[in-house]
Design a protein. Sequence first.
Length: 374
Amino acid sequence: MTGRNKWRVVVSMGKSGDGKRLRHIETVTGKHSDAIRRRNELEVLRDKGVITPQARLTLGEHLRSWLAGPVANRCSPRTIDSYESIAERHIIPALGHYQLRQLNYLAINEYYSKAKETLTPRTVAKHHRLLSQALKYAVRQEFLVRNPCDLADAPKWQPKEMRTLTKEEAAIFLKAAGSSIFYPVYYTAIHTGLRQAELCGLRWRDIDLERSSLSVSQVLYKRRGVCQFKEPKTSRSRRQVKLTGNLATYLKEYRAERESLYLHLGQLLTPDSLVFGFLNKPCDPSMLSHDFAKIAKRAGIKEVCFHSLRHSFASLALAEGAAPKVISEALGHASVAFTLQTYSHVISAQQEKAMELLNDVLPEGFVTKLSPEP
């Protein structure tokens, strides 16, 4: 008994892996018989697996466990860092003290309202997505019966239309980048649509100049100052990409130049040598992004980043009539539907051109004149 008509109910939950006793504790208000009845109910629920030692788990503890487990196992280093930053800097300080079973949509909505005072709607939407995924996992683990994020008011934001290079801007940028040591990366990026991590991970064994194709089989991420090679995170990302004629010719000349340079330095260019590295030292992603920004500024091209080269490849190819399925496979997208949604502005602009082509194919129409009724 803890107070007047208050009873402390303790149910043994066994032992943890390190031998520590686990208990489920509740306070029951009422008669002693009410406490006994609740204890019996809890023991039945324990035996059925409905309540677990995690019943008193806080949101903060759950988030850290989720990040260290499922997220760390399936996400890229960049995604992991982003999730950890959101959790540790924002969600845990505001909501981390709540026990999972006590967290409700009202507390979540209040968090979103306060977050909007200092953060953009898009950023708050990212917080909602992360929190919803973490709590969805809690439901699967039977820590929760229902995800409170399903009842919360999800932050809304209007996605900004992506900025891509026109044909003229692409030519201007490549000309401005001519003296950069990263020119081969930029030229390959806009001809293939590869992600920065995919380009930095390319080896010469991944490029088949006879068949004019390349394979994406490893990527390079820079995490906390250290470059790491990883396998592509999805089967779609692990793919073959056809080379344009210009790129195939360029890479043949570039390889010959690399072989000559390595030989001059007493080294051999091997199949495992990085295409855009030097003496097995990888291309630094941070330096690459910084160099791109400087060149774009010098060329007078605004509101673009390195990733714009990938979007520009897709937009230019689709604008010239390339099939969305072909571009989707080249980009490594999860589905053609995602590609169509991402580049809907380009696809819709093609409707007029398509109608003009159809107009040239189909014959002119004529109106049948009917005789007037007598």
